[in-house]
Ligand binder design. Structure first.
Ligand code: PHE
Length: 447
């Protein structure tokens, strides 16, 4: 086992693209644009960027450093520093276990839309009832779920270097090119420039403390923090690679794609709806209901739609890969199981656990947990409750138990830690306070 673990990422760029592959996901492409539209356009962007370089940076460098220093998955890493704190790793390990199955359900929907557009049938998706009709079926979404999990599993079986790293090195640059390509195209549509202005111009009427809380929550989710992923990927990172620079590059990649997703989506939807912004703010249906209509109405829309859903698929796939790898690394640490059998076990179990989330939109829609369907329920428990708790505990752990110096030393072992002073203040005082705010506001349903 040790031998396999030491076969981590082969290069710094491989590590960055794999971590960026985890970070860039449905959150960037679909959630970020509508939050920006809802919470003040340019002012939301500004708040987000400031938080990314301070708060996001702090949490990400902490997790990657913990992983690299210990060479362990989250379930053991905390215990290496302090036995009494290993419980943090157990809570962290729960998060990907909860998220992975339902993330794959959504991955399955994206796979369905890829096949639809790639086979020239994208127009069907422009009908009002298409998406609702599809997800409420019993069989078909489960088949696409199975396909999506199986593709994820194959990549994991190929290993860290030959699977995750190779795939990320191809898919992430392609994803970036496709995003820029569509963004440039949508900006040329009639009426699109007004939409672009709506996106980037600060709208102080929509600004409130909610803007800050929403940006914090989004950032946290978007950078795949507090769920053991960055610890696992950090444990595969080369000891000699500059940690601070790598984190900066991952953040830039993630934020740039989120920003470009807005450029891709907001002007197009804005032009389509003649400046009515309510469509932008409606959330989940934006990607699967409104966008197919927008594609249907534009010249060359079927091709743009196909490219769009393929890039969403790549984003979802590399995120799912990071979730599955994290679960596998936890199993390897605890059960000393090999990669292939471990992967098969996760594949089977995840499929079974995902079934209720999928059927919750159809035959099991009567089952309501805390006022939510299954998928929403799992999403709420992981994102709104467990992740802020893990993030908060991680900051307290580093700030007051092992002390920031331990992390700083790890960063310094491969280069100068330029933001060390900011890091210390953030990890001890500011980040835990932010995380408490996120936790409280998401429990009371503030944003
Ligand atoms: N960071 C991903 C995104 O922005 C979300 C994600 C969540 C990825 C959970 C992996 C695991 O969509």
């Amino acid at each position: 086992m040790e031998k396999e673990k030491s076969a981590g990422f082969s290069s710094r760029i491989g590590f960055i693209l794999a971590a960026a592959g985890s970070a860039v996901g449905l959150g960037n492409l679909w959630r970020f644009p509508y939050l920006a539209a809802k919470y003040g356009g340019g002012i939301f962007l500004l708040v987000y960027i400031i938080l990314a370089i301070t708060f996001g940076f702090t949490l990400m460098i902490t997790e990657i450093a913990i992983g690299r220093k210990t060479g362990k998955s989250c379930i053991e890493a905390f215990g290496v520093f302090n036995k009494k704190c290993s419980f943090i790793g157990y809570i962290a390990a729960l998060v990907p276990i909860i998220i992975f199955p339902y993330y794959c359900v959504i991955g399955g929907w994206v796979t369905k839309f890829v096949t639809l557009f790639a086979t020239g049938n994208g127009r069907q998706a422009a009908a009002d009832s298409y998406f609702g009709g599809f997800i409420s079926k019993a069989g078909e979404p489960l088949i696409f779920l199975a396909i999506f999990i199986a593709i994820t599993a194959v990549i994991i079986m190929m290993g860290v270097q030959n699977g995750i790293e190779k795939v990320s090195k191809v898919l992430m640059p392609v994803l970036a090119i496709m995003t820029v390509g569509i963004a440039v195209y949508t900006l040329t549509l009639p009426g699109a420039l007004d939409g672009f202005v709506y996106y980037v111009k600060p709208n102080f009427e929509l600004f409130s403390i909610k803007t800050v809380v929403a940006a914090m929550g989004q950032l946290f989710y978007s950078m795949s923090l507090a769920m053991g992923i960055m610890i696992t990927y950090g444990s595969y990172m080369n000891k000699k690679d500059d940690l601070e620079r790598s984190v900066r590059h991952i953040e830039i990649f993630d934020t740039a794609i989120a920003f470009m997703a807005g450029v891709m989506i907001i002007p197009a939807v804005f032009a389509f709806s003649n400046g009515d912004t309510s469509k932008l703010q409606q959330g989940p249906t934006l990607m699967f209901v409104t966008l197919p209509k927008v594609f249907d109405s534009m010249a060359g829309g079927q091709i743009v739609g196909a490219v769009f859903f393929i890039l969403v698929f790549f984003a979802a796939l590399t995120s799912a890969v990071s979730l599955m790898e994290t679960i596998l690394s936890v199993m390897q640490d605890k059960l000393h199981i090999n990669r292939i059998p471990g992967c098969l076990i996760i594949l089977g179990l995840a499929f079974l656990i995902a079934i209720p989330s999928s059927l919750g939109f159809g035959i099991w829609s009567g089952v309501i947990l805390l006022g939510r369907d299954f998928l929403d329920f799992f999403d709420f428990i992981s994102n709104n409750i467990l992740m802020p708790i893990v993030g908060f505990l991680t900051c307290i752990f580093v700030g007051y138990i092992v002390k920031p110096k331990a992390i700083e030393d790890e960063v310094e072992s491969s280069g100068k830690f330029k933001s060390a002073t900011m890091y210390r203040v953030m990890v001890k005082y500011v980040a835990p306070a932010f995380l408490l705010i996120i936790l409280i506001s998401s429990i009371v349903g503030y944003v």
